[in-house]
Design a protein around this ligand. Structure first.
Ligand code: GLP
Length: 250
């Protein structure tokens, strides 16, 4: 299946950040209350920096924004410096006027993970669903922490990380040693993500080129979780030339 995925290819990673921030800002400005899905990882960092700049220089307001994050390491509390709660506070939340109680990041130290995951799904429903979910992509095609083999209708749940993902996140950008990386995480499911009204996936660098090509031009298959976005009615990949380099159709 070659699907509906729209492509925006930028020359460089800074173009990706500008386009992505513009897409998010467009949704925020188009309504008084906005529900955003957010991602962590290196890729969206520059997008968050651009959103913080737009808040500072252009008055982009976040007071009407409710956010849901894709995932959190299992076992890490929000005060841990490698937790995704900490990442979001550091890269975005503390730079803008989002209300802390409107930011939803799964609790990696919840006593009952199933309850935590169900409550996360319920909170998304109560907020009226996600208007735009921002995603990154793993080198193996994962989205959030939905590793290859994750079902298309999966919901928020406790998952195990593959060794490839553990290694990718312990290359010094985040953890410096694979032994420190939690083996499990709470992750929004593919079904959860697919329910967003629009999806924007970011990818930069040639390390992501194979995953991007498989997601956009390969079969619709659980072997490449990002390919399960192909039948979404409003999904755009904003990528740089490196990440686009293996696309046959570019
Ligand atoms: C992690 C996150 C994903 C992210 C991926 C790619 O595994 N759970 O949500 O998309 O890494 O991260 P990066 O942008 O650092 O390459």
């Amino acid at each position: 299946m070659s699907g509906n995925i729209k492509l925006e290819i930028c020359d460089h990673a800074d173009g990706v950040a500008r386009q992505a921030a513009a897409a998010l800002a467009g949704v925020i400005r188009s309504r008084s209350e906005t529900v955003l899905g957010l991602a962590t990882g290196s890729t969206p960092e520059a997008t968050y920096a651009e959103l913080a700049r737009m808040h500072r220089d252009e008055g982009l307001g976040f007071a009407g924004v409710t956010s849901f994050n894709l995932d959190e390491y299992w076992g890490l509390g929000g005060d841990h410096d490698q937790s995704y709660r900490h990442f979001m506070t550091d890269r975005l939340f503390r730079h803008v006027d989002i209300l802390p109680w409107n930011t939803h990041v799964l609790n990696g130290r919840a006593r009952f993970p199933e309850l935590e995951c169900r409550s996360f799904e319920d909170r998304i429903l109560s907020a009226g669903g996600v208007d735009l979910w921002l995603l990154g992509i793993g080198g193996n095609g994962h989205i959030a922490f939905n590793e290859p083999g994750s079902p298309v209708d999966s919901r928020t749940r406790l998952v195990s990380l593959t060794q490839e993902t553990i290694d990718a996140n312990s290359d010094g950008r985040f953890f410096s040693d694979a032994a420190e990386v939690p083996r499990c995480a709470l992750s929004a499911g593919i079904g959860t993500i697919r329910e967003a009204r629009s999806i924007v996936l970011l990818a930069t660098g040639d390390k992501k080129a194979d995953a991007v090509a498989a997601a956009v031009e390969g079969p619709f298959t659980e072997d490449c979780p990002a390919s399960l976005l192909q039948d979404h009615p409003d999904c755009t990949f904003i990528i740089d030339a490196g990440a686009a380099s293996k696309l046959a159709s570019r």
